[in-house]
Write a protein that binds this ligand. Structure first.
Ligand code: AMP
Ligand code: ZN
Length: 694
């Protein structure tokens, strides 16, 4: 392979990994640390740059999309960009690893050249790991709080932020005009631990927890979370007379009641000293009451900022120093095989308990048997454990110098450790194929009740285990048939808790089709896919009817989700042929159909939630086919809009098609529409139907 080809292959591979881990993260089950994810993105960007890949051809992994349905979005007057990073993985043109100090001097050299100055006063600040927020004040009064969103548009969270009571509601002596300040909302570790102890389903980590809290529709009670803020920037101002430097701006903000980490910042004119401060801070990391994922090294003179400008990705006035995740050695006491909700058998490391990034770790996923083989992990080994991003602990590598003689390789099981059924291999994974396997039943119910799925208040993992073991619950619908008396008999329950659980079950009935689909633990159906399927099919009946047609290889059904022409996208976002086959076959299986019938019997809503659709009479119930490139809407966006208005989008033209929306280069569908006499419209006409024309 030539170098370019090899790089292109790697780029594609990276894109796939980034997509995969984004989905896992969104589903609340990240498999790699935030740090490792950033590294993937970083490597992707470097490679794409070196190959000269056009922006429109790249995946946009950053900043993460955080839009939540039901929140108003607004455009940022000044985009909320990312930061450039010093990266431990960077290599020079000869392929040699580049020390951070060299990367930083190169960065400073470029600034000196561009600004034509010798001395660059610099300020180093901690990079607190929370969620960014932008606050707009008018006449000194807080008017609006907005999340970073995709960097250009964010969600309005004014009520939530106001309720926290941690940001100033008034900004005195800040002029009569508008001013926008930026900072971070974060959850101090002690407050997070205190709050988490009151929940029966603990939050994964302070950062995700904070993000979730700020997207609570009802702000009542947010003041009790202990979430705090700190500010580091005035993004723009109307007429306040602002100080000329970053350090004085921090003081200016502090004088006006905004929380600022004045005691934690460091000013210098030496890049060596700046780097040293970062390293010293890193050493103190474990003793802080907040998570930081690095430091930010910024120029102090704000006058230079405008002269330096920015790329679409990051400004040129600063660069982040990222901390490598904390790693600790410990002993591997054993390897256990756990059975997941879809039967996947996963090796789990049983560790001599070790304190890493804030908590004691005694178990860590080893992901799969191929990975285990690759790392050559053996019982009795000394292994290095890492848990950056405070998410999932993992075994990074084995210290082979400490391996005892005679340590044996681990042999993957050929039967399920719980039910003894013969295991089957699929790609790199091994599965227990028995859907009634007790371990799978328990895991599926735990998942069904979990926050990201049906969010059944009071139904934690311990209770799920009990209702399975003692009350014979097997299927999700069984949960809704439990009565208060039998629940009250269980360990650590009693009348009151039982009533709360029952109320939780009642409330969960209205979560809607998307949550139900996510809850059923169907392979390849995570949170996003579940919502997309629900939005497209709208009811379980519609979905199941479609699955039946798909399984029977009905041409229209297959073409709708998996167009024969590989250049065309299917109607359901992200649904590729292979996963579609698996998903629709599973949905059509007697077992899954039975669960749907059971859920309908106990009055669980199996339709998309009304709040997620806004019917438009001209579009509702009509079938659209999109073809060719539309002038302003992407295929995905157009599909979304039609569905949100109650219409359907199909992949192929038939007599049942109401409209073909044709853009440039429409192709064969356009011809077929003409032949069948189907109405052909352009994008403007579609927008008019949607009630969206100017
Ligand atoms: P990243 O998303 O990793 O590219 O980093 C950019 C983000 O870092 C910003 O959106 C801020 O939310 C966050 N951040 C935390 N602390 C600081 C700081 N002291 N200065 C600038 N950005 C910060
Ligand atoms: Zn089994």
């Amino acid at each position: 392979m030539g170098d370019r080809v090899r790089a292109e292959v790697e780029l594609k591979e990276l894109a796939g990994q980034i997509r995969y881990h984004e989905a896992a993260y969104r589903a609340g089950a990240p498999e790699i640390t935030d740090g490792a994810f950033d590294d993937l993105v970083e490597r992707y960007r470097e490679l794409a740059d070196s190959l000269g890949i056009d922006a429109s051809e790249r995946i946009d992994a950053e900043p993460g999309q955080d839009h939540t349905a039901g929140f108003e979005t607004v455009e940022h007057r000044v985009p909320m960009l990312s930061l450039e990073k010093l990266s431990p993985n960077r290599r020079d043109s000869a392929g040699e690893p580049m020390p951070l100090a060299d990367q930083l001097s190169a960065w400073f050299r470029r600034r000196r050249k561009e600004l034509e100055v010798e001395v660059l006063p610099t300020i180093v600040e901690p990079k607190v790991d929370g969620i960014s927020v932008s606050l707009l004040y008018a006449g000194g009064v807080l008017r609006r709080a907005v999340t970073r969103g995709d960097g250009h548009k964010g969600d309005v969270i004014t009520q939530q932020v106001a309720r926290l009571g941690t940001v100033p509601t008034k900004l005195p002596k800040a002029g009569k005009g508008e001013i926008e300040i930026r900072g971070e909302l974060y959850w101090p570790l002690s407050e997070f631990a205190r709050f988490n102890a009151t929940l029966d389903k603990p939050l994964i980590n302070p950062r995700n927890g904070c993000a979730g809290m700020m997207k609570r529709k009802d702000p009542v009670g947010l003041e009790e979370t202990g979430i705090r803020s700190f500010f580091y920037q005035v993004a723009w101002d109307g007429e306040a007379t602002l100080p000329p430097t970053q350090s004085e701006t921090l003081q200016w903000l502090a004088d006006r009641g905004a929380d600022v980490y004045l005691s934690e910042v460091f000013q210098t004119v030496s890049e060596e000293a700046a780097l040293q401060y970062c390293e010293d801070y890193q050493a103190r990391r474990g003793t802080l009451n907040y998570d930081i994922d690095g430091m930010v090294i910024k120029l102090d003179d704000l006058g230079m900022y405008a002269r330096l400008g920015a790329t679409g990705h990051h400004p040129h006035w600063g660069i982040a120093y990222k901390f490598p995740p904390e790693r600790k050695p410990t002993k591997l006491l054993g390897i256990e095989v756990s059975v997941g909700k879809s039967g996947k058998l996963t090796p789990v490391a049983i560790l001599d308990p070790v304190f890493v990034s804030g908590t004691t770790v005694s178990r860590a996923s080893l992901h799969n048997f191929v990975e285990l083989e690759r790392k050559d992990v053996r019982v009795g080994d000394t292994v290095l454990v890492e848990k950056a991003g405070e998410i999932i602990p993992q075994v990074v590598e084995v210290d082979k110098s400490k391996r005892k003689r005679g340590a044996k390789r681990f042999v993957p099981p050929n039967v399920c450790p719980t039910c003894g059924t013969d295991a089957v291999s699929e790609e790199i994974f091994v599965y227990c194929p028995n859907p009634t396997c007790p371990a799978q039943v328990r895991e599926r119910l735990r998942h069904f009740a979990s926050r990201r799925a049906m969010d059944i208040d009071g139904m934690g993992e311990v209770l799920v285990d009990q209702v399975v073991d003692k009350l014979g619950v097997r299927s999700p619908d069984d949960l809704f048939r439990l009565d208060v008396e039998e629940l009250a008999e269980l360990d650590r329950m009693g009348e009151k808790s039982a009533e709360r659980v029952k109320a939780g079950l009642e409330a969960a009935k209205a979560r809607g089709l998307g949550r139900v689909l996510n809850g059923l633990a169907i392979r390849h159906v995570g949170e996003t896919m579940a919502e997309d399927l629900a939005a497209y099919f709208r009811t379980a009946d519609g979905l199941l009817e479609f699955a039946a047609r798909y399984v029977a290889e009905d041409e229209e059904a297959v073409e709708t989700v998996a167009p024969a022409k590989s250049s065309e996208r299917g109607a359901v976002e992200g649904l590729a042929r292979k996963s579609a086959d698996s998903i629709f076959h599973e949905l059509h299986s007697p077992a899954v159909r039975k669960v749907f019938t059971g859920l309908a019997d106990v009055a669980v809503s199996l339709s998309v939630r009304a709040s997620d659709v806004r019917e438009v009479a001209e579009v509702s119930g009509k079938t659209f086919v999109l073809t060719g490139a539309l002038p302003t809407l992407s295929r995905t966006e157009a599909t979304k809009r039609v569905k949100a208005a109650g219409g359907k989008v199909s992949g192929s033209v038939s007599k049942k098609t109401d409209y073909v929306v044709a853009g440039d280069d429409p192709g064969s569908k356009h011809e077929k529409a003409q032949a069948l006499g189907v109405t052909i419209i352009d994008e403007a006409a579609l927008l008019a139907l949607l009630g969206d024309a100017d």
